[in-house]
Design a protein around this ligand. Structure first.
Ligand code: AMP
Ligand code: ZN
Length: 469
C-alpha cells in the first residue's frame, strides 16, 4: 500500500510502526457553527482510508479532536450571551449528527481541547525546560522556532524566506517575541473569556499545542499517520511537528496526508468568504450518501469543484449501484434455484477480478476515483450476467462483492428500510413515558431517531400524531 507523504513529496510504501496496527490522527473541526461541505471532505476521505486499512486487517486507532476553545467560539458565545461551552457542545452534537448521516465512523477517541489542558501545561513546561519555549512579560509563552533545526521540513519552506514574509505579523503584543517566527503556546486571558490557571498566567492555549498533546496522550510519541486539509500544512502541522519533536525527542508522524480543497464555482470555499454550503443545507436536497459519493469520485489530492451538475452526476452514479443491488435482491427473492451452477461458479471467479482492480486503486494512495470505476464495472457485470434463471447462491455472491466494495467506501447501497407502524408507535409511547419522567434527553433522542427515518411528530390536543415525511 502506497501513501503520498507530504514530508517527502513522494508516494511511499506504508510500513506501520507496530505490525498490524495503525495509529492515526486527523485534525478535526473548530466547533462554532454547523460544518460546511469543505470540512466534510477530510472526514469522508480519512474515514475511507481507515475503512480500507481495516479491510486489509489493520487494527486502526483513529483519533480526531474537536477544537472547543478558540476566538471564533468565544465571539459566537459573546454574541449569543452564553458560555463558550454552550456553543461548542451544541456544534459538537450537530457535527456528530452530520458525520453519522455521512456514514463517517466515530473515531476511537474524539478528544476535546478543553479537557486536555493539563497535558498542554506539561508539554509547554517541558518545552521551556528544554530551551524550546520562553515566557514574556505579559505571561505569553512562545515556541522558539529557530531552536528546532528542522522547522520547515513539512511545508518545504526556508526559515529565512519565512522571516521576511512574517515581518508584517509583528502586531501589538507580539513585539515581545524574540523572533517573528515564534508562535504562541499559551496566551493571557482577556476579559469575559474562558481561562485556566497556569504557571505563566491565567489564560488559554494557542491552537497548535492541542494536537501535539492529544496525539501523544491517545496514540503515543510516534504515530503512523497524521492527516488534515492542505491548508493545515503550514503553519499548523509544521508547528505541531516542532512542538512534538522538540518535547519528545522522537519523530512525530511517519506519513503526513493532506486532502486538497473543495472549491465552489472554482473559488476557495470558506466561511470567511461566505461562499459555502453546510452539510445540513445539502441534506435538504440530497441523501448525504450522494455527497459522500461525490467526494470519493475524485482523488483526495485533487481539487474538487462543487456544482449542482456534479452533484446530479453523483446522484445518478450512486443510483446505478443502488438499482443494481435492488434488482439482485429482487431476483434473489424470486429465484427458483438454490445452488451455484458450474457456469455461475466460473462467473463468480471472474467477478473476483474486480476486487484486484479495486485493491490496486486503493493501494495506490487511495485512488477512490478508480476504485469507484471498479465498482461500476462489477455492477455492469452483475447486471448483464444475471437473470430470472440465476441461483440464489450466485446472486448472493455478487451482492456480497458489491457490498464489500461499498462498505470500504462507506457507501450504503441497500435502500433504507421503512420503519413499521408498530415500531413507530412503540417508540412514541416510550418518548411519552420519558417525558413524564422528565428524561428529556431520551425523549429528544427518540424524536431525532424518528426524524432520521423520515417520521415527523406533531403534538396535538388528541395526543401525538405522526406522519411520514
Ligand atoms: P477547520 O474547522 O477550519 O479547522 O477545518 C477542519 C478541517 O476541514 C481541516 O482539516 C481543514 O483543512 C478542512 N477544510 C476546511 N475547509 C476545507 C475545504 N474547503 N476543502 C477541504 N477541506 C477543508
Ligand atoms: Zn491539528
Amino acid at each position: 500500500m502506497k501513501i503520498y507523504n507530504t514530508l517527502s513529496k513522494q508516494k511511499e510504501e506504508f510500513v506501520p510502526i507496530e505490525p498490524g496496527k495503525v495509529r492515526m490522527y486527523v485534525c478535526g473541526p473548530t466547533v462554532y457553527n454547523l460544518i460546511h461541505i469543505g470540512n466534510a471532505r477530510p472526514m469522508i476521505v480519512f474515514d475511507t482510508v481507515r475503512r480500507y486499512m481495516e479491510h486489509k486487517g489493520y487494527e486502526v486507532n483513529y483519533v480526531s479532536n474537536f477544537t472547543d476553545v478558540d476566538d471564533k467560539i468565544i465571539k459566537a458565545a459573546i454574541e449569543e450571551g452564553v458560555d463558550a461551552s454552550v456553543i461548542s457542545e451544541r456544534y459538537i452534537a450537530e457535527c456528530k449528527k452530520d458525520m453519522e448521516a455521512l456514514n463517517v465512523k466515530p473515531a476511537t477517541t474524539h478528544p476535546l481541547a478543553t479537557q486536555e489542558i493539563c497535558g498542554m501545561l506539561d508539554m509547554i513546561n517541558t518545552l521551556i525546560e528544554k530551551g524550546h519555549a520562553y515566557k514574556v512579560e505579559d505571561g505569553t509563552v512562545y515556541f522558539r522556532t529557530r531552536s528546532f533545526k528542522e522547522y520547515g521540513k513539512l511545508s518545504h519552506k526556508n526559515l529565512d524566506d519565512l522571516q521576511g514574509g512574517n515581518r508584517s505579523l509583528l502586531v501589538t503584543g507580539a513585539d515581545q517575541k524574540e523572533d517573528s517566527l515564534d508562535f504562541v503556546l499559551w496566551k493571557p486571558k482577556k476579559e469575559g473569556e474562558p481561562y485556566w490557571e497556569s504557571p505563566w498566567c491565567d489564560g488559554r492555549p494557542g491552537w497548535h499545542i492541542e494536537c501535539s498533546v492529544m496525539s501523544k496522550k491517545y496514540l503515543g510519541d510516534e504515530i503512523d499517520i497524521h492527516a488534515g486539509g492542505e491548508d493545515l500544512v503550514f503553519p499548523h502541522h509544521e508547528n505541531e511537528i516542532a512542538q512534538s519533536e522538540a518535547a519528545n525527542g522522537k519523530t512525530f508522524a511517519r506519513y503526513w496526508m493532506h486532502n486538497a480543497f473543495l472549491n465552489i464555482d472554482n473559488k476557495k470555499m470558506s466561511k470567511s468568504l461566505g461562499n459555502f454550503f453546510t452539510v445540513r443545507d445539502i441534506s435538504e436536497k440530497y441523501d448525504l450518501q450522494v455527497l459522500r459519493f461525490f467526494m470519493l469520485s475524485a482523488h483526495y489530492r485533487s481539487q474538487l469543484n462543487f456544482s449542482a451538475d456534479l452533484m446530479e452526476a453523483a446522484k445518478n452514479g450512486l443510483d446505478r449501484i443502488l438499482t443494481s443491488v435492488e434488482n439482485l435482491k429482487y431476483l434473489q427473492e424470486n429465484a427458483k434455484k438454490e445452488t451455484l451452477s458450474e457456469e455461475e461458479r466460473a462467473l463468480l471467479t471472474e467477478a473476483k477480478s474486480f476486487e484486484v482492480k479495486f485493491d490496486e486503486a486503493m493501494d495506490d494512495d487511495f485512488n477512490t476515483a478508480d476504485a469507484i470505476s471498479a465498482i461500476f464495472e462489477l455492477v455492469k457485470f452483475a447486471n448483464t450476467k444475471t437473470s430470472a434463471e440465476s441461483s440464489k447462491e450466485f446472486l448472493q455472491g455478487l451482492l456480497d462483492e458489491i457490498r464489500l466494495f461499498s462498505d470500504i467506501c462507506g457507501l450504503i447501497v441497500d435502500k433504507k428500510e421503512e420503519m413499521l407502524d408498530g415500531e413507530i408507535e412503540a417508540l412514541i409511547e416510550e418518548r411519552q413515558t420519558a417525558r413524564k419522567e422528565k428524561n428529556f434527553a431520551r425523549a429528544d433522542e427518540i424524536r431525532d431517531l424518528l426524524l432520521e427515518k423520515g417520521i415527523v411528530l406533531k403534538d396535538t390536543r388528541e395526543g401525538v400524531k405522526w406522519t411520514r415525511a
